[in-house]
Design a protein around this ligand. Structure first.
Ligand SMILES: O=C(O)CCC(=O)C(=O)O
Ligand SMILES: [Fe+2]
Length: 209
């Protein structure tokens, strides 16, 4: 079944690489990084086979659901405290190893973890944040892969108000690489939308010791 079809007259199977000229950031987008057939297959398989978890945050003593479902994968099965909830790290499965090895042909990093986010509809989102903690933010690689609905990935500089926000539509089968000091200098988010949209899965491959 064609879950997401690019019916565009000019659609192509070629990888389209765009580098963004942002001060203090190193951001590159690869559209069609995965072919439409690969992307449809991976979307369906990840949606069905991932043990999606509802994590919570406590605000004023009240537990509140995060507006998305998540799952952690990696090369170790120890548990981590990422939010309030203790998350188990699941061991890499075949889909994730396939995606990871394709990315590792593009960028010389051996990723150790992956966070999967499942945005069920337009009400699901992730608010402004930076990835990684402390000193590690100054030089990192995040490889972000999207399957499903296109959502805008927004970036804003942490201190410079003179710089415009950037809006990058992350399409089905795309790879976004954020390297160097991007996480230190820029925040990112996926805003909510009132539009009727299909689900979206995002995978962020990370290097954590
Ligand atoms: O869904 C996305 O594109 C971004 C997810 C994200 O920023 C994160 O999980 O840290
Ligand atoms: Fe993030």
């Amino acid at each position: 079944m064609d879950v997401f079809n690019q019916n565009d007259l000019f659609s192509t199977d070629e990888v389209l690489k765009t580098t963004f000229d942002l001060p203090g950031a190193d951001v590159t987008l690869f559209e069609n990084f995965f072919s439409i057939e690969e992307s449809n297959k991976l979307y369906t398989s990840l949606l069905k086979n991932t043990p999606w978890q509802q994590e919570q945050i406590t605000i004023h003593g009240k537990a509140i659901d995060y507006p998305r479902l998540t799952a952690w994968y990696g090369d170790t099965s120890k548990s981590i405290q990422y939010t309030n909830t203790k998350s188990n790290i699941h061991l890499w499965n075949d889909d994730l190893l396939f995606i990871k090895s394709r990315i590792e042909q593009e960028v010389e990093v051996k990723f150790t973890r992956c966070l999967l986010n499942y945005y069920r509809d337009g009400k699901d989102s992730v608010d402004w944040h930076q990835d990684y903690q402390g000193a590690q933010r100054k030089n990192t690689v995040i490889a972000s892969v999207t399957f499903g609905a296109t959502r805008p990935f927004q970036l804003k500089h942490t201190t410079r108000k003179d710089l415009k926000r950037v809006d990058i539509p992350l399409v089905h089968g795309s790879l976004l690489l954020m390297q160097g000091a991007t996480q230190d200098n820029w925040k990112h988010k996926i805003p909510k939308t009132k539009k009727q949209i299909l689900p979206r899965i995002n995978l962020t491959f990370r290097w954590i010791d």
